[in-house]
Design a binder for this molecule. Structure first.
Ligand SMILES: NC(=O)c1ccc[n+]([C@@H]2O[C@H](COP(=O)([O-])OP(=O)(O)OC[C@H]3O[C@@H](n4cnc5c(N)ncnc54)[C@H](OP(=O)(O)O)[C@@H]3O)[C@@H](O)[C@H]2O)c1
Length: 441
């Protein structure tokens, strides 16, 4: 910690409700943020290095709305949306904050000249708004980044269907990359007791997104025996997708870009792995007209059939191949376009073979809770590979920006060292460090 903060220290040390309430909330706190007056600094540059746009400094503690809590963040994590925010693409996130601000009421607080990023985290509740009834000060939590307005009728069947749904820490301010963050009480989930702060705080965004895409009723609804092609099987989304497919009785086929990554995917229990560099597609890479056919042959060579589900988020580079390799009646489920938003694919292979493309985004509260339940039960595990300090949040984001990472990257905030926050060491021992820290080795 940069300066002494009695509340943060007490929260870290496991102080009880009254003790935490007796300590004043600080007026300012340390956070990592981007600045509105720097939008445009990357114009015309090829390497938009996020270390230039991410700053660490003191920010004001915001006022608390009745349905919100202040969480003393022990650990946060980097997601790809942190990268998008820090390069001000596809649109500067200050546009989201301004839109939120126009809602008035407590939304107006978010429209500031700085944006505290971070959409995943774990920590301790240190204040609750007057309307919060199920959570109390001292609760140890993980934060779901899905931000839903329950007064919006659109959210009643599925929170993601509400027009006002937001990605917390991306489309809202006061995210997890700070010593404190502000959340709606409905974003809180009990922390899996056997995990450390940094392990618990790095899962929800990617794991629950993968859960909705593969398992949830709005996604591909994977069933036992389904063959699932997973791009980037050691990445944030991919590393959880692989586990969810295995855990649900499916047959994952992981795509990676190196032999080390292939070994890691096998160590996760995924027998079938393709190193995309072995496809020998020349400069065009996966956009080569024969990429789909070559990938399809590789998949059939491994499992003897075409995938019923393709787990997509890469977009321009891979989408044509993804549509091609899916089996007759197969589903291509997509939640992103890392390599470019405008895709090309040969539509004949879609309609003649009765395939479908499913757009997916985030997850609702139910899906976030169900996903964290799987972690709590020890059925799926964190894929944390590297831990940075809050002062180095820019470095941590740079690792994700340049694909130098595997799995997830965490950022310690209130926690002073890795491994803190484990409440159930016996369960940890039962599951085994080998599974829990696979991506650290
Ligand atoms: N809509 C949503 O709710 C949602 C939620 C989460 C993430 N996303 C989006 O999903 C994308 C991925 O997020 P993430 O956190 O999983 O990112 P990540 O951790 O960086 O993983 C991406 C993976 O993609 C693979 N990859 C990179 N370039 C590739 C290429 N040209 N061809 C094939 N594979 C390539 C890499 O694996 P190899 O190099 O080993 O192949 C890497 O492991 C981002 O665009 C993010 O914004 C959307």
């Amino acid at each position: 910690m940069a300066k002494s903060d009695p509340l943060l220290e007490a929260a870290r040390d496991g102080a009880g409700e009254q003790e935490l309430l007796d300590i004043d909330l600080p007026a300012t706190f340390r956070a990592s943020f981007i600045r509105k007056d720097e939008v445009g600094i990357f114009e015309g540059q090829t390497d938009k290095d996020v270390r230039r746009s991410m700053h660490v400094g003191d920010v004001d503690m915001p006022e608390l709305a009745p349905d919100e809590c202040v969480v003393a963040v022990m650990s946060a994590a980097i997601n790809f949306n942190t990268v998008w925010s820090a390069i001000f693409e596809p649109v500067p996130t200050f546009a989201f904050l301004a839109k939120f601000g126009r809602q008035g009421w407590y939304g107006a607080r978010h429209d500031l000249p700085y944006h505290i990023l971070g959409s995943d985290g774990s920590g301790v509740v240190v204040r609750t708004g007057v309307g919060v009834k199920n959570w109390k000060v001292g609760d140890r939590v993980v934060i779901s980044p899905s931000y839903v307005d329950e007064e919006d009728h659109g959210s009643y069947d599925d929170g993601m269907m509400s027009e006002s749904q937001l990605a917390w820490g991306f489309e809202t301010n006061f995210g997890s990359l700070g010593d404190y963050c502000i959340v709606k009480a409905n974003q809180l989930i009990r922390k899996p007791r056997h995990l450390s702060w940094e392990e618990a705080g790095s899962n929800t965004l990617c794991a629950a997104t993968a859960y909705r895409m593969l398992v949830g009723k709005h996604g591909a609804q994977m069933k036992q025996g389904d063959v699932v092609l997973i791009w980037g099987a050691t990445g944030g989304l991919g590393s959880y997708a692989t586990q969810l497919v295995k855990n649900g009785g499916g047959i994952p086929v992981g795509v990676v870009s190196s032999e080390d990554k292939a070994d890691l995917v096998r160590a996760q229990g995924c027998e079938h792995v393709i190193n995309r560099n072995d496809l020998d597609l020349g400069e065009q890479g996966l956009r080569h007209p024969k990429a789909g056919r070559m990938l399809g042959e590789a998949i059939r060579g491994l499992v003897g059939e075409d995938p019923g589900i393709v787990f997509e988020y890469l977009g321009r580079e891979t989408f044509g191949a993804s549509v091609y390799v899916a089996k007759r009646g197969g589903r291509i489920v997509t939640c992103g376009s890392s390599t470019g938003f405008k895709h090309e694919y040969d539509n004949r292979f879609l309609w003649m073979r009765l395939k479908s493309i499913i757009g997916s985004h985030g997850f609702n509260y139910h899906e976030a809770v169900e996903t964290n339940r799987l972690f709590s039960l020890g059925m799926i595990h964190p894929t944390l590979s590297k831990v940075f300090s809050l002062e180095d949040a820019g470095e941590a984001t740079r690792a994700v920006q340049t694909n130098q990472h595997i799995g997830k990257v965490a950022v310690l905030c209130g926690a002073t060292a890795e491994g803190q926050g484990v409440d159930d060491p016996a369960m940890r021992e039962r599951i085994g460090e080998e599974k829990l820290t696979l991506f650290r080795r």
